[in-house]
Design a binder for this molecule. Sequence first.
Ligand code: HDE
Length: 755
Amino acid sequence: MTENPLKRMTDKPADARRDDRPADGVPRGPGAESPPVAEPTTPRPPLPPRPDQTAPETVSPTGRPTEAEPTARAQAGPYLTTAQGNRLYDTDHSLKAGDRGPVLLQDHHLREKITHFDHERIPERVVHARGAAAHGVFQGYGTAASVTRAAFLQRDVETPVFVRFSTVLGSRGSADTVRDTRGFATKFYTSEGTFDLVGNNIPVFFIQDAVKFPDVIHAGKPHPDREIPQAQSAHDTFWDFVTLHTEATHHTLWNMSDRGIPRSFRMMEGFGVHTFRLVTAEGVTTLVKFHWKPRLGVHSLVWEEAQLIGGMDPDFHRRDLADAIEAGAYPQWELGIQTFPDTPEQTFEGIDLLDPTKIVPEELAPVQPIGLLTLNANPTNFFAETEQVAFHPGHLVPGIDVTDDPLLAGRLFSYLDTQISRLGGPNFAQIPVNRPHAPVNDMLRDGMHQTAVHTGVAPYRPNSLDGGCPFLAGADTHAYVETPVPVPEARKVRGAPESFADHFGQPRLFWLSMSPVEREHIVAAYTFELGKCYEQAVKERALRVLANIDPELCEQVAAGLGLPAPEATAPLFAADASPALSQVGRTWPLDGRVIGVVTDGTSDLDGVRTVCEALHTAGMVPLVIAPTGGKLDPEGEPITVQRTFATARSVEYDAVLLAGAPEPAADAYGARDAKAGEPGTDGAVDPRVLLMLNEAFRHGKVIGGWAGAQRALQSAGIPVDAPGVVTADTGSSALDRITRLLPEHRVWKRFRSRV
Ligand code: HDE
C-alpha cells in the first residue's frame, strides 16, 4: 500500500494503528508463547447510538443479551472458528482420503468456506456504484430554527453522520477521476429518526421527470454490445440522448466544465438539487434548496491530469479522503439553504422551483449557513459500511418535507425499491450502518435477513393482546406529519408545465458566468467528448445545441471538430452572469496541499529539512522525491524518500519545489546510471525531472526552486520569469514565495486564455 503522505501531519507514528498486533502479524491464543491478542483487527461499529437510543434488535429483546456488537457476532475470541463457532485446527488443507487421495464431500469446513466466498459479492449499485465514505458529525448553528422544527438543525445539536461520495456512471472498480457528476449523500442519524440528504456536486439534473431516468442512464452507460467505454460520457449513445433531449443541456454543460473533474471530494460543493419544504412547529412553510460549501473551496483537476491519474492512481479521490481523515486533517462543509416564500406558484424571480434543471443564482437568493459537517473517521470495513449503506430521499424527519418536483417523486419510489434487490430483502435497515439511532418500534415482520427477534403476538393495530402497544405519536411527540399543502385542481395528464420548456436560458447564464480559462476548459471538454463520437449526425446535432447557448462556444467546438458552426435556432437569452458559479478568482486555505520537493545527490539537505518542517507547520504535505528510494543523509538526520523519479508524477501534487545545491553543481538533477546511481556522462537533466516540470507547468502549478534549480528549469524550457515560477537563494524564501501563490490553487495566468 502506498504510504499516506498526509500522515506526517500528525505526530502519530506510522505504525501506531496496528501496534496491538504481534510483530509477525499472527494472532496467538492463550497458552501460546506470545501474550494473547484479543482481536486481530479493531472493528468499530458505526458511531454508537446515544445512551437513550437503541438499535432495532434491542427493542425486540430475545431473552438473551441484547447489546451484542457486530464484533461479538463475527470476531470474538482468540481462535479461528466456523460460522457456527466450532474451533478449527487447520484451514489450509481439505479433508482427503490420504495425502494424494480424493477430497471428501463430508468436509463441511471446505464447503462452508467456499460457499460463503462464492456469495461474497452483492449487486453493485445500478448508478453511483463507485464510492468512498466517512463517518462524521454535524452541528446545527440554530440559524434554521425560524424555518424548521427539525431537531438536528437546532443550535449546537450534534448529530452523527455517514457520508458517501460517488461517481455516477462507472462500475465499482472504475477510476475516480473520470469526467462525471459526483454523488454527495449524507445520512444524519438524528434523534427523530434518520434524515438522508442524497445530493450531487452539480445543482441541476439531466431530466425533469423520473420516468426518463432509465433513458439517460442507458445512454450514459457503456454500449450494450461491447460494454465500452467504461465510466465515460465520451461516446455516441450519451451524446445522442443529451442532444435529442435538450432539457439535459444544463447538466451536460456543468459536466463539461471543471465541475466534472473535482480535485478532491474535500473540495466539492454539494447540492440537494430539488426544492424541499421546511416546516415550523406552527406549520409555517418555506421552500428551500440545500447547499454544501467546502471549507477548502471548490477546486478541480485539469483534464490531462484527470486522465493521467486515472492510470497512475485510479483510487486518487478515495485515497485522498481516507489519508486526510487518518492524518487528522478533517474535511468540513457548511450546510446552507436558499429560502423562498412558499407561494402557490412555487416560483422565485420567474424561476420554476419544481424544475430540477434550474438553479436560483446565489446573487438572487444568498446561501445562509445553518450547520457544520466534519468528517472525522474512516469506515472500518468497506463492504459493511460503504457498500451496504442505503440512502433514500424519503428518509425525512419532522420539519423537512418534499415538494411536487416530478423527479423527486420518482426518486421517492426508486431508492427503497433498489435496496430490496441490492441488499437482498426488505430488512436492510437492520444492517449496522443503516440502523437509525432513534428507537425503532415498527410492525414490519419477517422477510429475508431478518435479524431482530420480535416479541409479542400482535404486530397489528389496533390490538388489545399486546396491550395496544406500540402507541401512536402526535406532532407534539415528534411524529412525522405531512404538511397539508393544497393540491391544485387538475386533470390527469402525461405532460409538463410550460415553464419547464426553456432548456437554454440557464446554460447561457452558466457559460456567461465562467472566467476565460474556465470557458477554454469547457470548449476543450466538448471538443474531446464529441471528437470521440463516431456518428457525424450526433456531432452536428450537438453543435446545433451549443449554438443555442452561445455562438462563440459553438464556433470554437466546431473548429476543433473540423465542422461548420450552425446558427442558433432561437433568439439567445439575455442572461446576466452569476459570479458565484465561477471557481476562479478567490483564495482558499492551504490545508492538505501536497508539495513535491525534488532532490538529488547534490541537494542542500538542510534546506530540504527546513522546507519540510515549514510545510508541516503550515498544514501542508511535503512529498520528498529523489532518484532512488530509501533515506537521504542516512548518517546524519535522515530524510525519508517518499517517491522516486520512477514512481513520482506531478499529478500527485499541487506545486513543485526543486531543492537547490549547497555548492553550484554542474550535474544537479543529471541523469544517473540506473545501477550505480552515479551521474551520467552527458550531464543532461534527468528526463523524468523534465517530464515532471513540464507537466506541472502545463497544468498551471506553482513551480519553485532555490540555489541552482535554474539549470533544471532551463533544460525543461521553462522561463524563470514565467507566471507562477519562482526561484530564490534559500529553501525558506522559495517556500515563502510559492506559499503566497498557492491560495489561488493554480496559476491561472499561465493558461492560454488568461484570466
Ligand atoms: Fe439517484 N439513485 N436517482 N439521484 N442517487 C441511486 O439508489 C434515481 C438522482 C444519487 O451513495 C440509486 O441506492 C432515480 C438525483 C446519489 O449510495 C437509485 C432518479 C440525484 C446516489 C437511484 C435519480 C441523485 C444515488 C442507485 C431520477 C441528486 C448514491 C443505488 C428520478 C439530487 C447514493 C441506490 C449512495 C443512487 C435512483 C436522480 C443522487 C437507483 C430514479 C437528481 C448521490 O435508487
